[in-house]
Design a protein around this ligand. Structure first.
Ligand code: GLU
Length: 463
C-alpha cells in the first residue's frame, strides 16, 4: 500500500522548530517510501487560531522546501463532512446524545473525587432514549467498556491502554461543532493516511482515535510518536526558550537545509554522520530508527551546521538567500557574477547569510560610512603617500584581476620595506569603511577598478 503521511499543525501558536521537526519526519518518510505528503491545517479552535499562524505555516513550509502533494486542507472547511459522519455514528449507535447539564457533570466529578476515583463521564446517557426538554445535547462516542487498545507505536513500541480508563469522549459540542480528536479521526480516514507521525504529547489521544476509527469500520494507520524537543533547562521547548516562528530563522540568515539537517539529528542518527544533504536525508531516514528519548535544542550546533552548509552548497544555490538578506537591508542586485563572487569570498568568515549581507554592504552602496576609529588608525597623513602610490599602481594595471592586484600591492610593500598591512589596511578602510573584509585582492576585483579608485581618492582627500 502506498504510504500517505500528513503534517497537521494547529494554527494556535507560531510554527516553531518542534513542529518543523514533526513535519520533517513525516515528509521524509513519505519521500523515502515514494509516498504522498499531505498538509492539513487543524483550525477548528476558532478562538485560538490566527491568520498569522496560518501564514507562518504555509510560508514556513515553502521556505523549508517541505512540499506537499495534497492540501493544504483546512478543517474549518470540512464541517459538513464531520456532521455527516456524526449522523452516521448516531444512526449506527456508535455515538449517542448526552443531555447531562454542566451542573450534573460537575456533581459527578465532585463525587468521584470524594470517592478518590479518577473523574470520568459515567455514561448515564448511553441508554437514554428520550430527549430532555431545554437541553442542547452534546454527542459522545460510545467507547468500548472492556478490553484493551494496543498502540503499536513505531517509536515507543507497543503501548497498552485499558478501555475502562477511557470515557465516552465528546465528538460534537452542543452547537454541533466537532471536537479536535474527532476531526482528526475523520480526516485521517478520509485522506487515507497510512502513517501518523506526530509529537508524543498526542500518544494519550491515540487509543481513543483508534477506537473511533474501528467503530467507523476503518483500519487505523500506523503511529509513530516522536519525542519532544526540550529547552536547555530540560522543559518542553517553548517561547520561553526563544522558540520562535520558523520564519525568524529565515530572517536570521539560516539556510533551510541547515535547519532541517539540525532537526533530523534530534532523535535520529546514522552512525556518527552529522552533515546531511536533503537527498541523503531522504535516502537514509528511517522512522523505525527514531529513538524515544527527548533531545535538547542546541543553538550553537545549529549555527555551526549553517556555516557547514554555506561552505558546501554551490554559490549559485546560495544567491537567492543572499539576495533575500540584501533586500532586507534595502539593497538589491541581480548581478549573479558579483553575488557568487561575494559568496565565495565571504562564506568562510560568516556563520549566517544575514551576516554575509551585512558585511557585504559596501559592494552595493557608494556612500560607505568610514568607521572613525579605523580612519584614525589607518588613514593618517603619514600613511597617505603609500596610499597614493598604491592608487597609482592599481590605476596602471591593465587587467583588473585578483592576481595582478595582489602582485602589485606586494611589490609596493617590498619596495618600501614596510609590512603588507601598511599598504593594505588603508585601502581596506577606504573601500569597505572598516578593517575587516575578505582578502584585499578578491575584494578589489569584485568591487571593480572604478569604484576602488574613486573610494581611494575620497579617502586621500580626508587625510
Ligand atoms: N494539530 C495537532 C497539533 O498541532 C496535531 C495533531 C496530529 O498530528 O494528529 O499538535
Amino acid at each position: 500500500m502506498a504510504v500517505v503521511t500528513r503534517f497537521a499543525p494547529s494554527p494556535t501558536g507560531m510554527l516553531h522548530v518542534g513542529g518543523v521537526r514533526t513535519a520533517l519526519f513525516s515528509w521524509l518518510h513519505a519521500r523515502r517510501m515514494g509516498g504522498k505528503f499531505i498538509l492539513r491545517v487543524e483550525d477548528t479552535d476558532r478562538e485560538r487560531s490566527t491568520d498569522e499562524a496560518v501564514r507562518v505555516i504555509l510560508e514556513g513550509m515553502r521556505w523549508l522546501g517541505l512540499n506537499h502533494d495534497e492540501g493544504p486542507y483546512f478543517q474549518t472547511q470540512r464541517f459538513d463532512r464531520y456532521r455527516e459522519v456524526i449522523q452516521r455514528m448516531l444512526a449506527e449507535g456508535t455515538a449517542y446524545r448526552c443531555y447531562c447539564t454542566k451542573q450534573e457533570l460537575d456533581e459527578m466529578r465532585e463525587q468521584q473525587i470524594a470517592r478518590k476515583q479518577k473523574p470520568r463521564y459515567t455514561g448515564v446517557c448511553r441508554d437514554r432514549t428520550e430527549p430532555r426538554a431545554g437541553v442542547d445535547p452534546v454527542i459522545r462516542f460510545r467507547n468500548p467498556l472492556e478490553g484493551t487498545v494496543v498502540v503499536e507505536d513505531l517509536v515507543h513500541g507497543p503501548v497498552t491502554f485499558q478501555n475502562a480508563e477511557l470515557d465516552d469522549l465528546i465528538i460534537a459540542r452542543s452547537d454541533g461543532t466537532p471536537t479536535y480528536n474527532f476531526s482528526v479521526v475523520v480526516d485521517d480516514m478520509d485522506m487515507g493516511i497510512t502513517h501518523v507521525i506526530r509529537g508524543d504529547d498526542h500518544l494519550n489521544n491515540t487509543p481513543r482515535q483508534i477506537n473511533m476509527l474501528r467503530a467507523l469500520g476503518h483500519t487505523p494507520p500506523v503511529y509513530a510518536h516522536v519525542p519532544m524537543i526540550l529547552g536547555p533547562d530540560g522543559a518542553k521547548l517553548s517561547k520561553r526558550h526563544g522558540a520562535v516562528s520558523v520564519l525568524q530563522y529565515q530572517e536570521e540568515g539560516y539556510l533551510p537545509d541547515a535547519l532541517l539537517n539540525y532537526l533530523v539529528r534530534l532523535g535520529w542518527s546514522h552512525g556518527d554522520q552529522e552533515l546531511f544533504t536533503r537527498e541523503e536525508m531522504i535516502a537514509l531516514f528511517d522512522i523505525h530508527d527514531v529513538n524515544k528519548a527527548a533531545s535538547a535544542f542546541n543553538p550553537e550546533k545549529l549555527l555551526w551546521l549553517n556555516q557547514q552548509h554555506m561552505m558546501r552548497m554551490s554559490p549559485a544555490e546560495l544567491v537567492p538567500h543572499l539576495q533575500y538578506q540584501l533586500q532586507r537591508l534595502g539593497l538589491a542586485s541581480d548581478n549573479t557574477a558579483l553575488l557568487e563572487g561575494i559568496i565565495l569570498a565571504q562564506r568562510e568568515r560568516v556563520k549566517t547569510m544575514k551576516e554575509m549581507a551585512q558585511n557585504s554592504r559596501f559592494f552595493f552602496v557608494d556612500d560607505v560610512p568610514i568607521d572613525p576609529k579605523a580612519a584614525a588608525k589607518h588613514l593618517s597623513a603619514e600613511g597617505a603617500p603609500f596610499l597614493q602610490d598604491a592608487r597609482d599602481r592599481l590605476a596602471a594595471l591593465p587587467d583588473w584581476k585578483a592576481q595582478p592586484i595582489h602582485d602589485a600591492l606586494h611589490a609596493l610593500a617590498t619596495e618600501k620595506t614596510v609590512g603588507l598591512g601598511k599598504i593594505v589596511q588603508p585601502i581596506r578602510v577606504a573601500v569597505s569603511g572598516g578593517t575587516v573584509s575578505p582578502p584585499i585582492d578578491v575584494t578589489l576585483e569584485l568591487l571593480g577598478s572604478e569604484r576602488t579608485l574613486a573610494r581611494i581618492d575620497a579617502a586621500l582627500k580626508r587625510v
